[in-house]
Design a protein around this ligand. Structure first.
Ligand SMILES: [Zn+2]
Length: 117
């Protein structure tokens, strides 16, 4: 068994933003009403949040859209598909802040189209 765990950590990678390829910061508890999932902000302007169970997809994506609107749910609901791009980081291990192996969390990222490249 210990060999399995060693193998797993060998394969783990830092989580990289799909938009700018930089490592994203470790997700934090977010201030604000209704923010159920840990999340954060990449330096490129992409907001993100973590679904640690891989079962909350729609709710996590909705939260990230609200984050990208500065916490304004009404503004988030008015966003159209052309207003933002969505990215994903699969197999996220939120305990080690690494990607790969047997981890099954998913990070959802939203980057407003108005963000500079
Ligand atoms: Zn980024």
């Amino acid at each position: 068994m210990p060999k399995l765990f060693a193998h797993r950590s060998d394969r783990a990678q830092p989580p990289l933003c799909p938009f700018c390829r930089r490592e994203i910061p470790r997700p934090q508890e977010l201030d604000g009403l209704w923010f159920e999932f840990d999340g954060g902000l990449c330096r490129c302007g992409a907001h993100f949040a973590v679904d640690p169970t891989a079962r909350n997809g729609g709710a996590v994506l909705m939260q990230v859209l609200v984050q990208s609107c500065g916490g304004d749910w009404d503004a988030a609901l008015e966003l159209g598909p052309d207003d933002y791009r969505v990215g994903y980081i699969h197999k996220y291990d939120s305990f080690h802040h690494r990607v790969g192996g047997l981890a099954f969390g998913t990070i959802y990222l939203v980057r407003p189209r108005s963000s500079p490249d």
